[in-house]
Design a protein around this ligand. Structure first.
Ligand SMILES: Nc1ncnc2c1ncn2[C@@H]1O[C@H](COP(=O)(O)OP(=O)(O)O)[C@@H](O)[C@H]1O
Ligand SMILES: [Mg+2]
Length: 239
């Protein structure tokens, strides 16, 4: 199976070269766990490799994304200017439109989720899509409906040949009973917890699932540095 670099070399090594090409991978974690930065590494590496990318943001403005990237030494601006990278802001419009349609006397079901419509418009030549964060789309709908949306997204983007990173916060992931794990081709979890021996809080990365990939079940420890995510070599200490 062809692989697409994650932008984090140690992670590529753990994934037999990178994400399985043309598939949707789920990335979950608590706020501050490093999900957005993780996605930025993928985008940066992909544009450098000449791929066409789309970053779909639900929480941050495109300006904030560029600022965060720049702080980490990831320079996305030229790719944005050349059109090789597109950053789209998508809002979850259901609540707003439901209120609006109620005011106008329409039924609630007349509203559509913007994201799916947006994804249908993704040009066929886009290679890489990052959706940060899917969580907002899990609000106000039942789990079954959310599963259907995820399946549609993953099928749609796979049919376009896009390698997709679907970012989702833990709160929304728990609210939907972890159902996204089933739709996704692979799942990566970021977490922070206290090292019981040192009492120091550390960042961990877990890969519970990656189809067509031989996985080690060992958790990886990583740091977020001025150059972004750095996975520590297993067994190494941070002293
Ligand atoms: N230059 C940096 N050096 C060290 N840590 C940083 C740097 N920039 C960001 N961080 C850390 O990254 C965290 C945010 O990561 P982010 O990817 O935005 O998290 P998430 O998207 O999971 O909420 C911040 O809380 C901060 O601790
Ligand atoms: Mg984020």
């Amino acid at each position: 199976m062809e692989r697409v670099s994650t932008g984090i070399s140690e992670l590529d090594a753990k994934l037999s070269g990178g994400y399985p090409k043309g598939r949707a991978i789920l990335l979950t974690g608590t706020p501050g766990a490093g999900k957005t930065i993780f996605g930025l590494h993928f985008v940066q590496r992909s544009v450098i490799d000449g791929k066409k990318c789309m970053h779909i943001a639900t929480e941050e403005s495109p300006e904030d994304i560029l600022i965060q990237a720049e702080i980490l030494g990831l320079n996305l601006k030229p790719y944005l200017d050349s059109g090789q990278l597109r950053i789209e802001r998508v809002f979850e419009t259901r609540t707003e439109s439901a209120e609006m349609s109620a005011q106008l006397g329409f039924g609630f079901e007349t509203t559509e989720i913007n994201l799916l419509e947006q994804l249908k418009l993704v040009p066929d030549d886009i290679d890489v899509v990052v959706i940060d964060n899917m969580g907002v789309f899990a609000l106000n709908i039942d789990v079954k409906e959310f599963r259907d949306i995820l399946d549609m997204i993953s099928r749609l983007l796979t049919s376009k040949g896009c390698t997709t990173l679907m970012v989702m916060d833990d709160a929304a992931h728990n609210l939907t009973h972890g159902i996204a794990e089933y739709s996704a081709y692979g799942s990566i979890k970021l977490m922070m917890k206290e090292n019981p021996y040192t009492g120091v809080r550390e960042r961990y990365l877990d890969i519970p699932k990656m189809r067509s990939t031989k996985l080690s079940l060992e958790l990886s420890v990583f740091d977020i540095t001025s150059e972004g995510i750095k996975i520590r070599k297993s067994g190494s200490k941070n002293e």
